[in-house]
Design a protein around this ligand. Structure first.
Ligand code: B12
Length: 444
């Protein structure tokens, strides 16, 4: 069957989800093209042209984000909020207008809000969860004229109601297809500073109160073997030698033995690759681990510190201590690895004092790639424990608000203090501030 996979994301990040499902469709013998909305100058006419030329039987729309934020000096507090649903609607309307193809939705931005998306786009079908197995299964059944309404994870409209079939996780990730990055315009991504990304596992053993990953992917790790991960790296490097390849795991270094085994496999194969990751948790980051990272080609890391207040770490159930953070920062500082730090302010219990504790610690280190501070907690899904606090504090009335981009800020942070904090952080060298809770602290 001919399938067009639309990567609907328009913010700078690798099309990892579309690449994996494209690989799965190719391996199942389908003919696949991709459309990258991120590069479209005139979305509708470019998409129309591709659909007319290719004439797909299936159009798969991969939704990465529902809402996004970009740093924009001209916007209040330097952050512009983007409702990314509008672009997806444009895409869906365009496909429907000119094609009879069956439309299937999916992706990390779809997973939480299947029914909401079907309503919003007035469409009938999507698949939540990991697509490596479910997507080719859907294609197979569609082609054979069989039932597609029992596919694991599917959401569909039936007799005016929206029904949901439970998701199923992919157990053997080694048996899945390689990400088909050959179908994507990698050169253009590089021009935009975006490197291709691969996942080394699924699942998350942590239970951070603001994060839904563990509930969605499970607390148990499903690991790709180091051999398979490095096969993927070799494959992507064989296509178009990237400047860097990213690991887009929830936390690359957990479990640490897995991360180490991947690095050792890269070294054993004597590969000349550069890898990076935006998600390193401050656990087990010793001098030895940094050396192993560096020797295997690590060219960038972002350490997810979030808070360096002992009380806040406990409250957020981060699973590490202030001592762990110091250890990680010391070892990273001694290594040659260009690293950044991410902080997150505004969780329940956050006060001006806990924020000072965090900044005081971070400011004793030189952070070569800078510190990224997110202010305000995004409420995405009912899978986040922080929703209970948001409700108790009167910041969330109905879960329906989640699809509209709800956010939370600790009520113990006075508005005047917040405005001053944001302004002072914005003038600080090496700091970037993303302000999520715009409506609660807006001065306009
Ligand atoms: C890595 C990551 C990042 C990295 C990206 C780095 C990179 N090089 O890719 C960084 C740190 C930059 C990042 C930033 C942001 N991220 Co982010 N990120 C993730 C993360 C952890 C993994 C995404 C990923 O690549 N997974 C690996 C691929 C293979 O899986 P996948 O994309 O889910 O695709 C699978 C399935 O979804 C499915 N699938 C995909 N498409 C389709 C299509 C069809 C038709 C079907 C059937 C199936 C299907 O099959 C695929 C294979 O299994 C997810 C959380 C998560 N665990 O999913 C959040 C996530 C995608 N990010 C999120 C957000 C909000 C952001 C930010 C906006 C945060 C911010 N700054 O405010 C920014 C936006 C940045 C940007 N410019 O786009 C949210 C989106 C939620 C939402 N409702 O919109 C997520 C879900 C996290 C969360 N909060 O829950 N992110």
């Amino acid at each position: 069957m001919k399938v067009l996979i639309i990567s609907a994301n328009t913010l700078p990040s690798a099309p990892s989800g579309p690449a994996y499902i494209a690989g799965a469709a190719l391996a199942a013998g389908h003919s696949v093209e991709v459309f990258e909305a991120i590069f479209a100058q005139d979305l509708t006419s470019e998409l129309e042209r591709q659909i007319t030329d290719f004439d797909p039987a299936v159009v798969a729309i991969s939704i990465r984000l529902v809402h996004g934020f970009v740093i924009d000096e001209g916007a209040e507090f330097g952050t512009k909020h983007l409702d990314l649903r509008v672009r997806v609607k444009e895409i869906a309307n365009c496909v429907r207008r000119i094609s009879d193809a069956h439309i299937v939705l999916g992706g990390p931005g779809f997973n939480y809000y299947g029914p909401e998306w079907l309503e919003y786009l007035n469409l009938d079908y999507g698949i939540r969860g990991e697509g490596e197995v479910s997507f080719p299964l859907y294609m197979k059944r569609l082609k054979a004229g069989e039932d597609i309404h029992s596919i694991p994870g599917c959401v569909y409209r039936y007799a005016g109601q929206i029904e949901e079939v439970p998701r199923e996780s992919v157990e053997n990730l080694d048996a899945t297809a390689l990400p088909a990055y050959e179908l994507f315009n990698l050169d253009k991504y590089y021009e935009h500073g975006i490197s291709p990304a691969i996942v080394t596992k699924r699942g998350c053993a942590f239970r951070c109160t603001y994060c839904p990953y563990a509930t969605l992917e499970g607390n148990r790790y499903r690991l790709k073997s180091p051999k398979r991960v490095v096969d993927e790296i070799e494959y992507v490097y064989s296509l178009e030698r990237p400047k860097m390849l990213m690991f887009c795991d929830n936390n690359f270094n957990a479990p640490i033995e897995h991360a180490k085994a991947i690095c050792e496999e890269i070294i054993d194969r004597k590969l000349n690759v550069t890898w990076g990751t935006g998600t390193i948790i401050p656990l087990g980051i010793t001098d030895d681990v940094c050396r192993l990272f560096k020797d295997s080609g690590c060219g960038y890391l972002s350490l997810s510190v979030e808070s360096a207040s002992a009380g806040m770490l406990k409250q957020m159930q981060r699973g590490y201590t202030v001592e762990n953070i110091k250890q990680a920062l010391k070892s990273l500082s001694r290594s040659d690895i260009p690293f950044g730090v991410s902080l997150m302010f505004g969780m329940p219990g956050e006060t001006p004092e806990t924020i000072s504790e965090t900044l005081d610690l971070i400011d004793t280190f030189e952070i070569p790639q800078g510190t990224w501070v997110t202010i305000g907690i995004c409420l995405w899904t009912s899978h986040q424990k922080v929703l209970e606090d948001a409700r108790a504090d009167g910041q969330l009335e109905d879960n329906k608000e989640l699809f509209n981009g709800a956010t939370y800020v600790s009520p113990q942070l006075p508005k005047n203090y917040m405005v001053e904090l944001i302004e002072s952080l914005r003038t600080k060298q090496n700091y970037t501030v993303q302000v999520n809770k715009l409506h609660a602290i807006s001065t306009r």
